[in-house]
Write a protein that binds this ligand. Sequence first.
Ligand code: HEM
Length: 426
Amino acid sequence: MSGHESTYVAKSRFAKFMDDRLPIARMMHGQFVDFPTPRNLNYMWTFGGILMFCLVTQLVTGIVLAMHYVPSAKDAFDSVEAIRRDVNYGWLIRNIHAVGASMFFLAVYLHIFRGLYYGSYKAPREVLWILGVFIYLAMMATAFLGYTLVWGQMSFWGATVITNFFSAIPVVGTKVTEWLWGGYAVTGVTLNRFFALHYLLPFVITGLVVLHIWALHVAGQNNPTGLDVKSKMDTLPMTPYAVMKDIFALAVFVTLFVWFVFFVPDYLGHADNYNEANALVTPPHIVPEWYFLPFYAILRAVPSKLGGVLLMFAAVAILAFVSWLDTSRVRSTKYRPIYRWFFWLFTFTCLALGYLGSKPAEGWYVVWSQIFTAYYFLHFLVVMPVVGLIETPKKLPRSIAESVLGANYGGGAGAMAGATAAPEKR
Ligand code: HEM
């Protein structure tokens, strides 16, 4: 992975035997124990680990659910009810999986906004970031497919609306949609293929995460100053420093997670989804899960179907280009007095779009959706390139170590001499 040398020492005879043949322990030690992490990482850097926890939780609970779930139009809804009522601890496993999807998105949004704020997408982390965008896309597809499996009213109508997007493609649209459905409407055939794909995609995500971590360990972690690591004083070994922080943050995250699971497991769902799918009754408002709402608002902001679909996909795709759209010399927004305001305006825009996506597409809701959609794209296409060019960044600390140890910290060779004492000062 990275150029960093592992300090692993094989102690037992078995460890030495393995180290000469398949040095997994050496690699793990080098990447996750003594890997040099910037010493100034804050709690926003704990969401990567939290996301790994979410991924494993969804995989484990999902596999158990699949043992009891029946992917047919006749039995799907009842099988989910049976899991909650009749399977031993089925209620718990199902609640963890359903709430887990929301927690996963909560964590990924914080992770993405952390990256946007601290400029973690800038060189040399472009590939790492783009892999993240692919992970996000795969997560969206997985969540959409999984929601369909419940075969409630919102599952069915949500699936109908989303798959219908493809019919907007000129000439071949109808054919593509029918091919997706496996017929002329969303039916049990569609459900069965969605189940197969919902099972497959998390493993694709796992593969992408491995590449994501690999790319991260080649480039090294960014940090709140956005400065590069210059000396050993700038870093600390990942274990125990970063790992202990990760464990504490995970404990707080899990507390919120279990609160939802045990006290309000249905809060994040939609009431209509507790009615079995019925192709003859359309719900008054078809709304997706909360984590898709900003994109739903963008979709409905455009009067033309094809235009709406294109803009919605563009809203995700544009993320892949931020490494080149942002022209700033410094990474971290902390040192960008003008851009900082735009960053928070962008965050507000995303929240506002989320709110608007939950409202009916009529009157002022549409007008505001159009205004915020316009700013969403302006932010990437105009604000990022232009502000980066005209802004004078604030004075940066001389090094990562200085940002933690204060202005009197000398840096350079003198500081290296104090390297052993430094960890106690934190
Ligand atoms: C399953 C989903 C994901 C997992 C498990 C994951 C995992 C991780 C981990 C463990 C780290 C290092 C710790 C940290 O910085 O928090 C990290 C860093 C990073 N991730 Fe992700 N990630 C995921 C999704 C994403 C997405 C969707 C994006 C962006 C679109 C993204 C962009 C980044 C970037 C830019 C970094 C480097 C951050 C820095 O050093 O400042 N990740 N990720």
